[in-house]
Ligand binder design. Structure first.
Ligand code: PLP
Length: 281
């Protein structure tokens, strides 16, 4: 398997990350996950754009152009002959003697690799259970930062309660999932938290908004409360790797009749059409 190291493809053995890498010590970096379907990147440009935006928000200058990075990511996918899977990539502020402030002469370190992965068809069909967890993360959740402790602890708590995802809330307001965006559907209208500093503006979220416009489904970027979540007709989550997953049970209480809802199904189908797959599930 080939690895992307800065702007070169190298073999795994050639990757030698410093113990003083700031990504390792401070989580001082940003990342992206891009889905590969049938050998092609899905919304690759959007992910690369967000990568540069996240980097810019932490004042990290990526020392290659978007075109070079896009080309390298394509080469990585081809070299590893990935059919279905994803690319993970991250960039850190690099290695320097440990100190909180930026190093005076730091060289960012970019790493990228691919993984094989199939679509989560069973979960898409049957839906998942979720658990409310207080959102104690910082106030720049719009940055796809390597600092994921808040997300990690929330997901762990969900898993320990036999739930697939943690639905995060700041006080009474539902924000997003630990690794997904969260939506409620009431009387035919889809609601989700606005794309401000409290959530990551998901690429899948943007695709869903486009799908809703196409299908004429009313979509409102308006936050809802924990209490409202329980009375939604349908609830679902979205992410690059999970696509659109119905949430059928929240905090051990069924949403609607406790089975995936009709509107969520329509979204899944419309989303799948956007993938342009030769073989559908
Ligand atoms: N919110 C968080 C906290 C995430 O980690 C993710 C992705 O993993 C998302 C939302 C969904 O974003 P995307 O659709 O771009 O994968």
């Amino acid at each position: 398997n080939w690895i992307l190291l800065d702007d070169q493809l190298v073999k795994e053995e050639q990757v030698n990350i410093s113990k003083e890498d700031r990504g390792y010590q401070f989580g001082d970096g940003v990342y992206e996950v891009i889905r590969i379907y049938e050998g092609d990147l899905f919304t690759g440009q959007e992910h690369i754009d967000r990568f540069y935006e996240s980097a810019q928000k932490i004042r990290l200058v990526i020392p290659y152009t978007k075109d070079v990075l896009q080309k390298m990511v394509h080469e990585l996918v081809e070299a590893n002959e990935v059919i279905n899977g994803y690319v993970y990539m991250q960039i850190t502020r690099g290695a320097s003697p440990r100190q909180h402030q930026f190093p005076e002469q730091g060289q960012p370190v970019l790493t990228g690799y691919t993984k094989l992965m199939e679509r989560p068809i069973e979960l898409m069909r049957n839906g998942v259970h979720a658990k409310f967890v207080e959102d104690v993360r910082w106030l720049r959740c719009d940055i796809k930062s390597l600092n994921l402790l808040g997300n990690v602890l929330a997901k762990q708590e969900a898993m320990e309660n036999d739930c697939y995802e943690a639905v995060l809330h700041r006080g009474e307001t539902v924000t997003e999932g630990s690794s997904s965006n969260v939506y409620g559907i009431k009387d035919g209208v889809i609601y989700t938290h606005p794309a401000d500093n409290h959530i990551l503006n998901g690429i899948t979220r943007r695709e869903i908004i486009a799908v809703c416009a196409e299908l004429g489904i009313p979509f409102e970027e308006k936050a809802f409360t924990k209490e409202a979540a329980h009375t939604m007709d349908e609830l679902f989550i979205s992410s690059t790797t999970a696509e659109v997953l119905p949430v059928t049970v929240l905090d051990a209480q069924p949403i609607g009749d406790g089975t995936p809802g009709e509107t969520t199904r329509r979204l899944q189908q419309a989303f799948e059409r956007r993938l342009g797959l030769k073989e559908s599930a």
